[in-house]
Design a protein. Structure first.
Lengths: 240, 138
């Protein structure tokens, strides 16, 4: 390749002209694949989209930092999208008000179970204390989870990855698992998805049912608060 | 058409303004809550008070519907970051995989079952988003 062309390519890779369209195309392809599997939750477009982008980056020898320089544009919309959860929340406020006690009890229970089982499973299967502390807050929304890892001897970058992978697990398996456990109510479905899988699980349920979206949004906020308060205490008092 | 576009821009600006207010407010009060989560609470309150919303309600509802429908896309750039952490993840792969899958499902089941039990076995039928004005068919 002529040098100036090569230089142009190196510049382009870090610009939004590379990262943003690559992300969009990968995600659109992933949606097509999911449609081909008749919308199966297991063919999660976030998971497939991430895999496609990683494959392209590996093939072109592009680093994550270079890619993210351009893809930041898309990442930036995460804030407004989270705030947009207020719209279904307000539309369903009567549902929330009528079930406030249940919402609080179920979210606290799910929150504590997520943190405790996260630490316990890492330690039981021979993982280090740093991995356990990084795992503990992973069900919370990413900025809160990273903050908890920071103050608890965890590794914030790893926590961000665990949060996203956990969200994908919930998005893929929630329909099957909740059917097995007879959770048939959309309010319970949304609350469970938001508590265990945060934004990615909310993204899976939001287009399917606005009531579930409302409870998922509420759960993200509540679980974030509960985890921020209680996870550092559990990590610090953990016996093994 | 122009009115339509400007309504969408106003709706996006409203969402962005909530985030700015959330970030600044959280920082000012020293709260350990991300700006977007505080912003969601602020917009909820603003919509409830509904004193002359800055963006027309219908445009805000539709813009929110589009953002939520494509929310998965917005997680891809951060998710690709798993690639940058491949080293430490592969070093302790077994405990990490078991804990991510096991504890995510444990949290999901406990929250769902407790909620379902407490609200009784009533079933809310799935209502398509189109019917609630969240999305427009395209």
């Amino acid at each position: 390749m002529p040098t100036d062309l090569h230089t142009a390519w190196l510049d382009l890779r870090g610009s939004p002209l590379f990262g943003a369209p690559l992300t969009l195309l990968a995600y659109l392809a992933a949606c097509r694949i999911q449609a081909a599997f008749r919308g199966a939750a297991l063919a999660n477009p976030v998971l497939i989209g991430i895999a496609v982008v990683i494959a392209v980056l590996q093939l072109t020898g592009t680093s994550y930092a270079t890619y993210f320089g351009g893809a930041r544009l898309i990442n930036l919309l995460l804030g407004p999208a989270t705030i947009a959860l207020a719209v279904p929340l307000v539309a369903n406020l009567e549902h929330v008000r009528r079930n406030l006690a249940a919402v609080c009890v179920a979210t606290v229970a799910g929150s504590v179970v997520s943190v405790v089982t996260g630490i316990a499973l890492v330690r039981l299967f021979g993982g280090s204390a740093a991995i356990a502390a990084s795992m503990a807050p992973k069900a919370a929304t990413t900025p809160i989870a990273m903050g908890v890892a920071q103050v608890s001897g965890g590794i914030p970058a790893l926590t961000a990855s665990f949060a996203i992978l956990g969200g994908i697990v919930v998005a893929c398996l929630a329909p099957v698992v909740l059917r097995w456990t007879r959770v048939t109510d959309w309010r319970a479905y949304g609350l469970a998805a938001g508590t265990a899988g945060s934004g990615i699980a909310a993204a899976q349920v939001a287009p399917r049912n606005p009531t579930a979206a409302a409870f998922a949004g509420l759960a993200i906020g509540l679980n974030g608060l509960i985890t921020a308060v209680m996870a550092p205490i559990i990590i610090h008092t953990w016996p093994f | 058409m122009l009115r339509h576009v400007s309504n969408i821009i106003m709706a996006l600006a409203t969402l962005a303004a909530c985030q700015v207010a959330g970030v600044l407010g959280g920082r000012a009060l020293g709260l350990p809550i991300p700006g977007a989560v505080l912003g969601m609470a602020l917009l909820t309150v603003a919509l409830l008070l509904r004193r002359r919303p800055p963006a027309p309600q219908a445009a805000l509802t539709r813009t929110a519907g589009v953002l939520l429908r494509w929310m998965g896309l917005l997680f891809v750039p951060a998710g690709v970051g798993v690639m940058a952490n491949a080293g430490p993840i592969l070093a302790e792969l077994l405990p990490i995989v078991v804990a991510i899958v096991g504890s995510s499902l444990a949290g999901l089941i406990v929250t769902g079952v407790v909620m379902q039990r407490m609200i009784g076995q009533r079933h809310t039928p799935p209502v398509p988003l189109e019917a609630q004005g969240m999305l427009h068919a395209d």
